[in-house]
Design a protein around this ligand. Sequence first.
Ligand code: TQI
Ligand code: ZN
Ligand code: ZN
Length: 169
Amino acid sequence: HYTFFQNMPRWPANRRDLTYAFLAENNLTETAKRVFDRAFDRWAEVIPMTFTRTESYRQADIRIGFYSGDHGDGEPFDGVLGTLAHAFSPTSGHFHLDGAEYWVVEGDVSTSAVSSAVDLESVAVHEIGHLLGLGHSSVEEAIMFPTIASGTRKVVLASDDVEGVQVLY
Ligand code: TQI
Ligand code: ZN
Ligand code: ZN
């Protein structure tokens, strides 16, 4: 079953059309940016919110960046595997990914030659759930379940995810 963060933080009614931007110095490819576009779209399909990519990192509601090790927020990344990414509850908008991971941007993570490969879209969909105010779910099929088997891809919202986010919005 879905959960929320303590005190059920969520984006207020006057902030339902959110923007997101990528840290310029990461120099992400358009292909990588489209992975995030798709991940946002999966949530936007089920709630009355929109997510629009913007070039203005400073003004974006949600700021996405890849960082390695200590990056100044007290939650250092730990190298390959372990913590893959973290996102903070509404309305902080911080979405950080561990630059040390072997991110699979396109292609099939289950046949990757790298045993520690991680599917970027799976992690993005999960972290956006946190950005929207969802905690972890006890339902194994849910995107918000706290673990994912290595080499797997899970990007389709389960009914549990949909029900949870629709309570918030
Ligand atoms: N990062 C954890 C996560 O996003 C960070 C975290 C731990 C957290 N406890 C939390 C965030 C409580 C919010 C609230 O869950 S992670 C997965 C999964 C991670 C894990 O790197 O461990 C995914 C990131 F579910 F697959 F294990 C993304 Cl999809
Ligand atoms: Zn961080
Ligand atoms: Zn999580």
